[in-house]
Design a protein around this ligand. Structure first.
Ligand code: PMP
Length: 403
């Protein structure tokens, strides 16, 4: 490596500092499928850190659909949707997603991240304004940077702040409000009815990133807009396949005019290869299962309520979650890393969320439920979390906070 590159990276010490404390929690190597138990270092541990909300990533029907797609179409499309990479499978999935979300049309991207990058940079330019919730996902932030437009962050779900910012913008300027539907770290739901009302009043458009809402809330898991009965009023619905839909990829759904616009303007679509046949067929099969087996969503919610109740009984502070994402407040970066490590040694996998993602005093463990967890697994995880909290002398702190 050249010196100039060595100098550049030598300024980065964060990962080494955590490694030196022997609590490094990232890039843990999993040797099995993404199920409620996974194999880590040859040991089975309970998985409470997966986004596979409906537990479909190892479903035999999805695996069979992916295999059939590879047999018929091969392993890749060798080009972008724009040119040689559009398959009948892609078009079928777009139709299915439009119907599922209740919009006229949809367009696929190769990841959800690319969907946000492509849509925001195509829709907004230098003269325009993007209004983002301060807790919006990193891909929305990066999309807003790529757009070169004016970006206004309003306080998390703070509708007075949003209104204040809208009021100061010219009535005829293009304005797009972008919010997560279900927030990825806190698990709470956007105040979409108030957002829609403000959008109507101040002549703005609305886009919801439903990465964590799809397959989870709304009619048969159709997402946040459906949950509030505001599908028509929500201009754009973005989703990803890397969570409930058991695959990889993303999409934007909306009126056919805006989808056609994105197909010709979104650079992350035009200049990147299309979703693989196996990923595409997997999502179609996942949608079939979701539609045929609605009890999965019910079980996800039963699990969520069971875990929340147990955590609260033990005095854990779980924030304002309204979804299968449960943030457990630890309140200190180092203790959050230690908690993650000790819990893993006891056989439970969870994800730490520390600064700079959140301030150190708000650091937390992010738990996520799957429809396939059993109550026994949930009870075991909460017992082990309680043991860990006691070992780290956290439990009293937590009890005081939640009182
Ligand atoms: N939006 C949100 C809210 C997300 O949580 C994620 C994934 N973490 C994405 C977008 C990006 O999706 P993908 O994993 O498909 O790139």
């Amino acid at each position: 490596m050249r010196n100039i590159l060595q100098q550049k990276i030598s300024q980065f010490r964060d990962a080494d500092l955590i490694r030196a404390q022997n609590v490094y929690p990232y890039f843990r190597v999993i040797e099995s499928g993404q199920e409620t138990e996974v194999v880590l270092n040859g040991r089975r541990v309970l998985m409470f850190g997966s986004n596979s909300y409906l537990g479909l990533t190892n479903h035999p029907r999805i695996a069979a659909a992916a295999s059939r797609a590879i047999e018929k179409y091969g392993s890749g499309c060798a080009g972008s949707r724009f040119l040689n990479g559009t398959l009948d499978l892609h078009v079928e999935l777009e139709r299915r997603l439009a119907a599922y979300t209740g919009k006229e049309d949809a367009v696929l991207f190769s990841t959800g991240f690319q969907a946000n990058l492509g849509a925001l940079s195509a829709l907004a330019g230098r003269a325009d304004a993007l209004l983002l919730d301060e807790y919006d996902h990193a891909s929305i932030i990066d999309g807003s940077r790529l757009s070169f437009s004016r970006v206004f962050k309003y306080g998390h779900n703070d509708m007075h702040d949003l209104e204040h910012r809208l009021r100061n913008l010219p009535a005829d300027a293009f304005k797009l409000i972008v919010t997560d539907g279900v927030f990825s770290m806190e698990g709470d739901i956007a105040n979409l009815p108030a957002i829609i009302e403000l959008a109507d009043r101040y002549n703005a458009a609305v886009m919801v990133d439903d990465a964590h809402g799809l397959g989870v809330i709304g009619v048969n898991g159709a997402g946040t807009a459906s949950h509030f009965g505001l599908t028509k009023e929500t201009d754009l619905i973005m989703g990803t396949f890397s969570k409930s839909l058991a695959s990889l990829g993303g999409f934007i759904a909306g009126d056919s005019g805006v989808i056609d616009y994105l197909k010709h303007k979104a650079r992350s679509l035009i200049f990147s290869a299309s979703m693989t046949p196996a990923s595409t067929a997997s999502v179609i099969a996942a949608l079939d299962i979701i539609q045929e087996e609605p009890h999965r969503i019910q079980k996800l919610w039963d699990n969520t309520h069971h875990m929340l109740l147990l955590l609260k009984e033990q005095g854990f502070h779980t924030g304002d979650t309204q979804s299968p994402i449960i943030p457990v407040r630890i309140g200190d970066n180092h203790k959050t890393f230690l908690f993650t490590k000790i819990l893993q040694e006891k056989g439970v996998f969870v994800n730490p969320v520390v600064s700079p993602a959140v301030p150190s005093e708000s650091s937390l463990i992010r738990l996520s439920l799957m429809a396939t967890h059993s109550f026994a697994q949930i009870e075991e995880a909460v017992d082990k979390m309680k043991e860990t909290a006691l070992e780290l002398d956290l439990s009293l702190e937590l009890k005081k906070e939640s009182a």
